[in-house]
Ligand binder design. Structure first.
Ligand SMILES: Cc1ncc(COP(=O)(O)O)c(C=O)c1O
Length: 426
């Protein structure tokens, strides 16, 4: 039988992910086997209540959005749009200009013909913002984390990683051949013990999120820096939930912890507070950045950032280098929300960060609570096991500089109303 008769290509009428017009290789046993295996696993995920359905937004990302199936505007409290710049007019206009001038993309990796003057300008501005020597751009911070450890660490080195670090740090560390030590979450005694036990590594690198996004809690960076000095280790911090808005002028966790300039390597994202488009970076010593340009695989083997995206980063950096007003606004909005919610009787986890987890405990309660909030025009998401520990379900509220005080007060009023009706508060 020829391959053509074996493979019967049928156009699928509907559904099945591919939608109308998708080809289905019905008669190929290996593919049928894969479909069966995955269908069973998908059914299990649904059964466990952990299937992630995506709500489809029909407007720009903003504090007010519309979603498919409704033309009602809803107030958005679950984006990482901390500075409210995701739909900023000035940024969009600048991005349109650079799109016209520099084209849609480079069709190349950086070292072949994918470096424009704007990529170099953005790297310089980010380094300036963080007070570092140089910066290397990636397509995402996931890539920056995937490309760092494997490039610089060898089997003679050791990496000490907080057990609750972001998945991309965990994956990045998995790719490297260094000795791996996971220390208990934010537990300095455990970290110190592990550092003490390592007397022979060529390089020791402590790796931590600056801010842990599920709890809104902060790495004890001042003490980590102290331990690093004591045991001659380097410090790496992922600043995705800090750059641009955390610390007095938005310089991040090291500013908040008053150890500016003492972190050796910072990775962060352009896809959250810094305009919300996409892109990531590593910033630090010149030799490190130059070395990553030679060795880091997601940088070497992936297309360069498109000009329109670079433009967003450039404009945001200009704004942040000239003013901390937005940073202050998100901080005062955060305080307004946290203090009123605490006064109303809710437990808000984390420190004074715009990630405000409203702790509810029960998974079903969290899900019902989020649904009730949506009927009142407030978009928040319930998180439960396995994303957070069992029995620690919560609604994670994220505050933005673009929320008005009226927006914040509307959310608080809705929380109080739903909280009373579901007997979470009195
Ligand atoms: C702590 C942390 N690190 C890295 C990433 C990945 O960032 P990006 O979206 O730029 O890949 C995220 C995004 O969710 C994050 O929260």
């Amino acid at each position: 039988m020829s391959i053509f008769s074996k493979i019967l290509l049928l156009r699928c009428a509907a559904g099945g992910g591919g939608g109308t017009g998708a080809y289905r290789h019905y008669s190929v046993p290996a593919q049928n086997h894969l479909r069966e295996l995955l269908s069973t696993q998908l059914a299990n995920i649904k059964e466990a209540g952990t299937f992630k359905a995506e709500r489809i937004i029909t407007s720009a990302q903003s504090t007010e959005i519309t979603v498919q199936g409704s033309d009602k505007k809803i107030l958005n409290f679950c984006a990482n749009n901390y500075l409210g710049l995701a739909n900023n007019e000035e940024i969009v206009e600048y991005s349109q200009n650079l799109l016209s001038k520099y084209g849609a993309g480079l069709s190349s990796v950086r070292f072949i013909c994918g470096t424009q003057d704007i990529h170099k300008q953005l790297e310089k501005k980010i380094a300036q913002f963080h007070g570092r020597e140089d910066t290397i751009l990636y397509a995402s911070c996931f890539d920056a984390n995937a490309g760092l450890f494997e490039a610089i660490l060898t089997p003679d080195d050791a990496v000490f990683s907080d057990e609750l670090n972001h998945a991309s740090i965990i994956d990045g560390i998995r790719l490297c051949k260094a000795k791996k030590q996971r220390y208990k979450h934010r537990n300095l005694d455990d970290l110190e013990q592990k550092l003490k036990n390592d007397s022979d590594s060529r390089l020791k690198l402590i790796a931590t999120d600056g801010v842990f996004s599920m709890d809104g809690n902060i790495a004890p960076l001042a003490r980590i820096v102290e331990l690093a000095k004591k045991y001659n280790a380097l410090v790496f911090v992922d600043e995705c939930h800090a750059t641009g808005f955390f610390g007095a002028t938005g310089r991040g966790t090291e500013e908040y912890a008053q150890v500016m300039g003492e972190v050796d390597i910072i990775n962060s994202t352009l896809g959250k507070a810094l305009g919300g488009a996409s892109g990531g970076y590593t910033t630090g010593p010149t030799e490190l950045i130059t070395f990553l340009r030679q060795k880091s695989r997601p940088y070497l083997f992936s297309n360069t950032l498109p000009p329109a995206v670079v433009a967003v980063g450039l404009k945001v950096m200009d704004m942040l280098l000239s003013s901390s007003e937005l940073t202050q606004r998100v901080q005062s909005n955060t305080q307004r929300f946290r203090s009123a919610m605490t006064k109303a009787g809710f437990t808000i986890a984390g420190e004074n960060h715009p990630i405000c987890p409203v702790m509810l405990g029960d998974a079903r309660l969290a899900s019902k609570f989020a649904d009730e909030m949506l009927t009142r025009g407030i978009y928040v998401i319930g998180f439960s096991y396995p994303v957070v520990p069992e029995g620690k379900a919560r609604i994670r509220v994220q505050i933005s500089a673009a929320h008005t005080e009226t927006d914040i007060d509307r959310a608080i009023a809705a929380f109080i109303e739903v909280g009373r009706s579901l007997k979470v508060i009195q």
